[in-house]
Design a protein around this ligand. Sequence first.
Ligand SMILES: [Fe+2]
Length: 388
Amino acid sequence: MLQDITRFSFPTSIIFGPGAIGELPGEFISMGVKKPLIVTDQNMEKTDAFKSLLAVFKNKQIDFQVFSGVQPNPHDVDVENGVSVYNSSACDFIIGVGGGSPMDAAKALAVLVGMGGNIADYDAQSDTKKEIRGPLPSIILIPTTAGTGSEVGKCSVITSTAQKRKIFLCSPQMMPAIAVLDPKLTVSLPPHLTAATGMDALTHNIESLTAPVFHPMCDAIAIKGVELTVKYLEKAVKTPEDIEARGYMMLAAMMGAVAFQKDLGTAHSLSHALSAICGLHHGLANAIVLPFVMNFNKEVSKSEYTLIAREFGIDIYGKDELECAEKAIEEVRALNKRVGIPESLSSVGVKSEDLQELTEKAYLDPCHYTNARSCTKEDLLSLLKEAF
Ligand SMILES: [Fe+2]
């Protein structure tokens, strides 16, 4: 690896802190932009957090257009509708506000505005895909959950209505210019969503740490992301108004997504299938399968899992790495329990007759290509049976 040429890049500017959304008007001036299309969903639009954002714009007399037609697991048609609103309202940049769905939709919308065509044209898994060369309109993302980290990522996941599957769009051009992490926007997130999104962040940090890609900077970020999740997730779930816990969880989520520039692993392939077929929340699905995937990987990832055990407060000095890896897995299970995550897929509505279809879907998902240990279809089925 050290003989190869590698490029490392962390291009998104991050504005962090309680009240950070107040910094936005000044940023618009320095970016030379005038009228944003604010991309969100209907639930978000009704929240105090969203109203507080609009108040910032109104106070500074900034013209804007809201598009709130993003569904959960956003569809290509949502993005196309957003493009029509962008063009008819003469917008010149895009702000995505909410969880992963509006943020992913905002990035995909920028691709269609800048490049034309439709979502399927940019399908990262297609051999005939069009390159996303840009220029795209500037993107600002404002997360209101602490999990996905889409605000610092170069990819977007959009459901194809015709093909009934998720399409990945990926390009460095899709990196947001600015991510605004304002912990005040997350205090109203209910405990079960704080837990599920927080475990998604932990899964990003753990899977990227163990992905077999050379990126020592991302490795360091992933370990810090694990540390922050271990320290603050339970607090954020149990004391939702704790701005410090909310803030550190936003950082942990952002760091997880920076780290997964490296790539992800098998937990994400399983959870993508579980969301597509059984409608499970992405973070909840990851949380349930993560300990089983870690157990599957433990022999090859024992050094990294030893570092994870250390972040959980386990004394690792002089200890056998496999033993430490097993402790790390136990700690992840215990954290799941403390934040109220169910232990099995069967307890969240997955049926045994779904397992075969889930296996097929997970096998087609590219995340497991960069799992620490390579996975066969049979391995995926065994993991699903264990987690069932
Ligand atoms: Fe994820």
